[in-house]
Design a binder for this molecule. Structure first.
Ligand code: APR
Length: 287
């Protein structure tokens, strides 16, 4: 493993631009179920009943009940070492783009943790550098927190499949953050938009197109990247899964981290068989 770790570090350090592409596996150690692995959501639940526009039209109460449950599971989860290591590395090196298929908010929360840690060490780069000297008073701590939150925003992921903590109106299309508890006991109490339209989770369901802007930005970044670090995705769901081909097709290198088999194993320049929380910090330390 050590030789592979060194090789992965070398490939990433040599690439001017890097894309980090994540799937459900990066959040597995935080307690978030994956979809297709052991104990995966699609082993227990039927996607045609819960994750299609037709299912929502048929029974919005059932669909909201399920997303309400997933939100509660997520609320009890914390970012793991992989989420924090990715953000810390991106904040320190620059030139990296994070693309996720996940609808959880653990990358963003991991980025805040990473940025706060760097700010407290006085190591936050760029505009935030030196804000609030370590060990200073309350004002310094407030300045550090503000700088850390701004820095965390700068490494936020491109979301290909939306966000479970946002909702969209089925009538006017308005989108907004939506974190509250959902009372799905009857249809009349389901969340509604100011226009009166029924809100739906702002995630991409099977059979739906991906958000155009996110898709263009993600595939554009992948095509110009010298390396793609793939973490915790089986690579089974297109068009998102095609992102890695963009990098490989343009001569870029591919590093894959996953304890199980993936669709990318044949094209990987370095294949690291292990859990994200155990392997990723080692790859990204000083990379
Ligand atoms: N660390 C890294 N990878 C892991 C870990 C771990 N601790 N645990 C499991 N994995 C790997 C599995 O081996 C598998 O390859 O994570 C991958 C998860 O694959 P899927 O469950 O298929 O999830 P993902 O690839 O993200 O699914 C893609 O499918 O259902 C849709 O929209 C949904 O975004 C999702 C898309």
């Amino acid at each position: 493993m050590t030789a592979d770790l060194d090789r992965a570090r070398e490939l990433l350090a040599r690439a001017e631009r890097v894309v980090v592409f994540t799937g459900a596996g990066v959040s597995a150690e935080s307690g978030v179920p994956t979809f297709r692995g052991p104990g995966g959501l699609w082993k227990t639940f039927r996607p045609d009943q819960l994750a299609t526009p037709e299912a929502f039209a048929r029974d919005p109460r059932l669909v909201w009940e399920w997303y309400g449950w997933r939100r509660e599971v997520l609320a009890a989860c914390r970012p793991n070492l992989a989420h924090v290591a990715i953000a810390r590395w991106m904040l320190q090196r620059g030139g990296a783009t994070l693309v996720t298929q996940n609808v959880d908010d653990l990358h963003e929360r991991g980025a805040v943790e990473a940025a706060l840690g760097l700010a407290r060490q006085g190591c936050l780069r760029g505009a935030a550098a030196g804000v609030g000297c370590p060990g200073g008073g309350e004002a310094d701590e407030a300045a550090r927190r503000a700088a850390a939150f701004a820095a965390a925003e700068s490494v936020a992921p491109i979301r290909l499949h939306g966000s479970i903590f946002h909702a969209r109106c089925t009538r006017c299309g308005a989108r907004r953050e939506h974190r509250g508890r959902v009372d799905a006991s009857n249809e009349a109490d389901l969340p509604r938009c100011a226009c009166g339209g029924l809100l739906r989770p702002d995630v991409v369901w099977f059979g739906e197109a991906l958000p155009e802007g996110a898709l263009r930005a993600a595939f554009g970044a992948a095509a110009s990247a010298g390396a793609c670090l793939v973490i915790g995705t089986a690579g089974a769901v297109h068009p998102a899964a095609g992102l890695v081909d963009e990098t490989a097709g343009a001569g870029g290198r591919v590093v894959v981290v996953d304890p199980g088999e993936t669709a990318y194993d044949g094209m990987a320049d370095v294949r690291l068989w292990g859990a994200a929380g155990e392997v990723v910090p080692g790859i990204l330390r000083d990379a």
